[in-house]
Design a protein around this ligand. Structure first.
Ligand code: ADP
Ligand code: MG
Length: 151
């Protein structure tokens, strides 16, 4: 199980995804660049994770999905981060830092949009809850997220 390599630290510039309409569903996902995704540990299983995201000097809760990208006939991996914060504008091209704190569930196929949205809402509820647990909560203060200079 992938939990043994958590917490896991990732950073990259937010790129454009493929307009799968996640924003229209109210759950925009910030996509990370291909080299960053390709460099992810093979021990990080595909699926849905919770953790912390740092953007524009602020730290927020996030839920992330790691999986195969249907746009590329599932030959390319993608990592997408939904930040649990309302932003006034997009942040393409900006630096996003993420700490993956815990695993929620494997990826799944959904028979309906309602089912998918219900599951995502549940993922968000789990994220809110799990990040209040002391071990996961204190990661929000990690230097990795809070320092401006990032190499
Ligand atoms: P794309 O297919 O380009 O990834 P999305 O519909 O998934 O498009 O929207 C993602 C974009 O929305 C992000 O790259 C970011 O610029 C913007 N965005 C605004 N609010 C959020 C948020 N709370 N979480 C993630 N991305 C957000
Ligand atoms: Mg996206």
């Amino acid at each position: 199980m992938c939990n043994k390599i958590l917490p896991y630290f990732v950073s990259g510039t937010v790129i454009r995804g493929f307009g799968r309409g996640s924003k229209a569903l109210g759950i925009p996902t910030a996509n990370l660049p291909e080299p960053v995704v390709n460099a992810l540990s093979k021990d990080l299983d595909n699926g849905i994770y919770y953790g912390w995201a740092s953007l524009r000097g602020e730290v927020h809760k996030m839920v992330a999905s790691i999986g195969w990208n249907p746009y590329y006939k599932n030959e390319k991996k993608s990592m997408e981060v939904h930040i649990l914060h309302k932003f006034q504008n997009d942040f393409y091209g900006e630096e996003l830092k993420v700490i993956i704190a815990g695993y929620i569930r494997p990826e799944r196929d959904f028979s309906s949009l309602e089912e998918l949205i219900k599951e995502i809402k549940n993922d968000i509820a789990i994220t809110e809850q799990q990040l209040e647990e002391p071990v996961a909560n204190k990661l929000k203060n990690d230097d990795f997220l809070t320092t401006k200079i990032n190499n």
